[in-house]
Design a protein around this ligand. Structure first.
Ligand SMILES: C[S@@+](CC[C@H](N)C(=O)[O-])C[C@H]1O[C@@H](n2cnc3c(N)ncnc32)[C@H](O)[C@@H]1O
Length: 234
């Protein structure tokens, strides 16, 4: 549990963890006022980024309950949480090497270059225990499509950084990490979310299908967001 929570806090997002804690607290603290619903996808993601960045990086924004305050808050809930606030690539020196799960939701679509993908696999190789798994979602090109520089840069403006299968394999090359699951975010979440929970927002289904970059029918899109699971060899 400690390992899962540690990575969830550090990588998935402190804001999300705080929301979870707040939900568990229920009557002890009123929830913060909900922002007005947004139908525009880019605006909604921008808000999410602002919210998570404000919570994760005090230097980049302000937060009423920043990470230093969250460790005691988590302790009250008997959750053994260690919050690390920084660029995930800054250093590995103080990380444990026995995590069972690394989870990065909507983080890789923020990346800009293949060396960041490589950095992610090196991080997983360093921090995961044998048998541990790294789960992340990433926009992958389909059917041999290779985006040119213009498409990649436009994608980056739409929170849709695109990588090819070849770039993904090259990033993991030589490391003891094996791809054990590879699912379409659209198909997987539509099938597995509870009744009524899909799609999560008005724009989510189009965004995960790559339609913010390619305004075509879903099955014609040359990219899609996929959930990948890599496991470290035992
Ligand atoms: C679209 S938000 C997703 C937030 C949260 N994971 C979620 O699913 O709600 C993208 C997040 O990735 C984080 N991110 C991107 N690159 C990062 C890096 N190198 N180190 C740490 N965080 C990073 C951003 O700070 C931002 O919080």
């Amino acid at each position: 549990m400690r390992r899962l929570i540690g990575w969830t806090a550090g990588v998935v997002g402190v804001a999300a963890l705080a929301r979870m804690l707040a939900r568990r607290r229920g009557h002890h603290a009123p929830p913060p006022p909900a922002p007005a619903p947004v139908d525009d996808h880019a605006e909604a993601l921008r808000r999410k980024l602002d919210e998570t960045r404000a919570a994760e990086a005090p230097g980049l924004g302000t937060s009423a309950a920043g990470p230093p305050e969250r460790e005691p808050e988590a302790a009250k809930e008997s959750l053994d949480v260690r919050v690390i606030v920084r660029d995930v690539f800054a250093t590995m020196d103080d990380l444990r090497q026995d995590y069972h799960l690394m989870l990065l939701s909507e983080v890789v679509p923020d990346f800009r270059a293949t060396h960041q993908l490589r950095g992610l696999f090196e991080l997983a190789n360093y921090a995961l225990a044998p048998g541990g798994r790294m789960v992340f979602n990433v926009f992958l090109a389909r059917g041999g499509y290779t985006p040119d520089r213009g498409v990649r840069e436009f994608g980056q403006q739409e929170y849709t950084s695109i990588f090819t299968r070849h770039e993904m394999s090259a990033a993991a090359a030589g490391l003891p990490l094996e791809l054990v699951a590879d699912d379409s975010v659209y198909d997987y979440e539509k099938e597995h979310l509870p009744e009524g929970a899909w799609p999560q927002t008005s724009w989510y289904a189009n965004w995960v299908s790559g339609l913010d970059v390619f305004p075509v029918e879903r099955d014609e899109s040359p990219i899609e967001l996929r959930w990948l699971v890599f496991q470290k060899r035992r």
